[in-house]
Design a binder for this molecule. Structure first.
Ligand SMILES: *[C@@H]1O[C@H](CO)[C@@H](O)[C@H](O)[C@H]1NC(C)=O
Ligand SMILES: *[C@@H]1O[C@H](CO)[C@@H](O)[C@H](O)[C@H]1NC(C)=O
Ligand SMILES: *[C@@H]1O[C@H](CO)[C@@H](O)[C@H](O)[C@H]1NC(C)=O
Ligand SMILES: *[C@@H]1O[C@H](CO)[C@@H](O)[C@H](O)[C@H]1NC(C)=O
Ligand SMILES: *[C@@H]1O[C@H](CO)[C@@H](O)[C@H](O)[C@H]1NC(C)=O
Ligand SMILES: *[C@@H]1O[C@H](CO)[C@@H](O)[C@H](O)[C@H]1NC(C)=O
Ligand SMILES: *[C@@H]1O[C@H](CO)[C@@H](O)[C@H](O)[C@H]1NC(C)=O
Ligand SMILES: *[C@@H]1O[C@H](CO)[C@@H](O)[C@H](O)[C@H]1NC(C)=O
Ligand SMILES: *[C@@H]1O[C@H](CO)[C@@H](O)[C@H](O)[C@H]1NC(C)=O
Length: 278
């Protein structure tokens, strides 16, 4: 009897420990994907751009790291100074036709430049077009713009992003302002059932010429809004995978607990049998 209880306590402790390990590994994985962005170089362009010095982030204020639950520090570049989520939407006649929530980083990786330009919502304006078959949202900032075009494909009954483009004039290094632009019109991204919204923690879209768009903390929808609100969310595959890991861990825990309880019951039965035979 005492041994049985001891066994259960041991097993519960063991399972608790393993689950802890799993969850920390899980967090490390999550962190790896979110901090994948390279070191951001939001250096102020010397005098080349219209925006004055004061528009750059104070590098000193980056000490508040967003994730505090990390157990093992991963040697990686410092997180982006301000990868803030923006809320953008475009409406026509009081009816919203595109709603977008995301943090946008334009990441340049060429032999000359490594850096990420981060779009800050409060320095943007939005324009676009609302249609039945296609809707466009354009996010405009003083250094350039970013366009997303959504398609309502009635043949396959899906909503998705079919086109993206961007323009950027920015100096990743002091005194070296450059123009970057690109488009990707062969997309079928963020595909959802009609009326649903799409959500994903992190997504990267290659735009050619060494430039990628890092779209994080995404949530968006076009067409078929009810009450100007997001419809039921569809979560991207990458995030579902993490969810499945959690389920597997849960099932293993349940099996372990069942084994422990069975072992305890069997040992108790054996012992009481033994007493009876005496
Ligand atoms: C820009 O900032 C640097 C130091 O941060 C300062 O020396 C310089 O005078 C500033 N230039 C302008 C135009 O404000
Ligand atoms: C950074 O900020 C802290 C206080 O927030 C200040 O003590 C420190 O001198 C600053 N460092 C630089 C390099 O500005
Ligand atoms: C988005 O639309 C909602 C109404 O649906 C409005 O309240 C909100 O201010 C809009 N946000 C932006 C950033 O335009
Ligand atoms: C930059 O591109 C090279 C390949 O061209 C790749 O190996 C490297 O990992 C990239 N760096 C970053 C920070 O994305
Ligand atoms: C950018 O980073 C890649 C590796 O991530 C490196 O190969 C390349 O030389 C870097 N370019 C510059 C200009 O630092
Ligand atoms: C924009 O937002 C940042 C913080 O995200 C804030 O520090 C800055 O003052 C804001 N600028 C304007 C013009 O509102
Ligand atoms: C709808 O999707 C099908 C299959 O992917 C594609 O062949 C067709 O061109 C799409 N229609 C539009 C209008 O994009
Ligand atoms: C940066 O601007 C200052 C004046 O604000 C100028 O003296 C200096 O030469 C400029 N540096 C470069 C690399 O253009
Ligand atoms: C467009 O995006 C797709 C999917 O991310 C990528 O495979 C393709 O290389 C991109 N095309 C260009 C021209 O960048």
């Amino acid at each position: 009897m005492k041994y049985g209880l001891l066994l259960i306590t041991l097993c519960i402790t063991a399972t608790a420990l393993t689950s802890g390990e799993y969850s920390s590994a899980y967090m490390a994985v999550g962190l790896d994907t979110t901090t994948h962005n390279p070191k951001t170089t939001t250096h102020s362009p010397n005098t080349t751009t219209p925006s004055p010095n004061t528009t750059t982030h104070n590098p000193n204020t980056t000490t508040s790291r967003p994730k505090t639950t990390v157990t093992t520090p991963i040697p990686s570049p410092t997180p982006p100074t301000n990868m803030a989520v923006g809320h953008y939407n475009f409406s026509k006649d009081g009816k919203v036709c595109i709603m977008v929530e995301m943090a946008i980083g334009i990441r340049v990786n060429t032999s000359k430049v490594n850096g990420t330009f981060i779009v800050q919502q409060n320095k943007t304006t939005v324009s676009g077009e609302c249609g039945d078959k296609a809707s466009t949202i354009r996010i405009i900032f003083s250094e350039g713009q970013f366009t997303l075009k959504f398609r309502n494909n009635e043949t396959i009954k899906k909503f998705y992003v079919e086109y993206m483009d961007y323009d950027l004039t920015y100096a990743f290094k002091t005194g070296e302002s450059n123009d970057y632009s690109g488009k990707n019109d062969s997309l079928e991204l963020f595909s959802v059932e009609p009326g649903h919204s799409y959500s994903c923690q992190a997504e990267t879209v290659y735009m050619g010429d060494g430039v990628s768009l890092d779209l994080t903390h995404n949530k968006f929808q076009a067409f078929d809004f009810k009450n100007n609100e997001f419809g039921p969310p569809e979560v991207c595959k990458a995030d579902q995978h993490d969810y499945r890991v959690a389920i597997v861990v849960g099932i293993i825990l349940i099996i372990l607990i069942v084994i422990v309880v069975m072992a305890y019951l069997i040992s108790r039965k054996r012992r009481s049998d033994g007493y009876q035979s005496l």
